[in-house]
Design a protein. Structure first.
Length: 269
């Protein structure tokens, strides 16, 4: 028969207190992470993605692409705030510029899995710093009003530092880009995105998470990244069931000069 020695009373007390502190410590960290009050809990600053200089230009639509913006009008877009009012961002000289007073815009069409191309430009006279410097965003699926959905960050990070999981081409507060491929303010930049939508059971539970592969100025920045849920400014990401969704562009509330877009097209897969 195998016998185990019973720990002495002082040792038992140590073991009990250790277990208690581990459990209570975990609970405390969980409570902090779930807090809606402190956005800094989800901001990372190291390691900083290395800077890479992108190569030649890219991006005209192939024959089977759905054109979402070709410089002429915003017929494919509505305001996110009600999902029906025609988008009233500014179209001039084949370029679309954010109208910060009217808020986010989104496509009339909805999408599931797709390949998307979009070009954007930070104005050459951009001011501000950190997250308040040309902030916008490409929501790979919009799941509601405001900023609900999955945001790939648009920001000027050419000589502008911020938290790495909130810099240009991050999946906001979930994954920093592999590199920083930013061009200078005033130059056109591109995102090419391959999006695999999350799949849900009829009871709302998750079957498979969303995945994204993306290129910034032709340079790989997200490599089949598995999202942890919708992107959130405060608190941890989580999934909430949804179906086919619009693509959304962000009118961020910072005071810096509004950014512009052009040549937006998509290929549903
Ligand atoms: Mg943003």
């Amino acid at each position: 028969m195998i016998q185990f020695a019973c720990p002495s009373l002082p040792l038992r007390r140590v073991l009990f207190l250790s277990a208690f502190s581990i459990i209570s410590g975990t609970t405390l960290v969980q409570a902090q992470a779930d807090s809606l009050d402190d956005h800094k809990l989800t901001e990372l600053y190291t390691p900083v993605p290395p800077v890479v200089t992108p190569g030649a230009k890219e991006g005209l639509p192939p024959s089977d692409a759905v054109i979402l913006f070709d410089g002429k009008n915003l017929d494919e877009w509505v305001l996110t705030k009600d999902g029906t009012t025609p988008a009233d961002w500014i179209v001039r000289k084949d370029i679309l510029t954010v109208n910060k007073t009217s808020g986010n815009i989104q496509t009339k069409r909805t999408f599931t899995n797709y390949q998307l191309h979009i070009e954007w430009r930070i104005p050459s006279n951009i001011t501000g710093s950190d997250q308040a410097r040309g902030n916008s965003g490409l929501f790979l699926a919009s799941t509601g009003r405001g900023d609900d959905g999955y945001e790939m960050q648009i920001l000027d990070c050419y000589n502008n530092s911020t938290y790495t999981n909130g810099q240009t081409a991050s999946i906001y507060k979930q994954d920093a880009p592999l590199v920083n491929a930013c061009r200078k303010p005033g130059e056109w930049q591109s995102y090419d995105v391959i999006w695999t939508a999350p799949v849900f059971n009829t009871d709302g539970s998750l079957v498979s998470p969303a995945r994204v592969t993306s290129f910034h100025n032709g340079v790989l920045v997200q490599n089949n990244f598995e999202l942890k849920g919708q992107t959130r400014y405060r608190g941890k990401p989580y999934y909430k069931a949804h179906g086919p969704s619009p693509i959304k562009l962000q009118a961020h509330g910072d005071k810096s000069e509004p950014i512009s877009f052009r040549n937006i097209w998509i290929r549903p897969l």
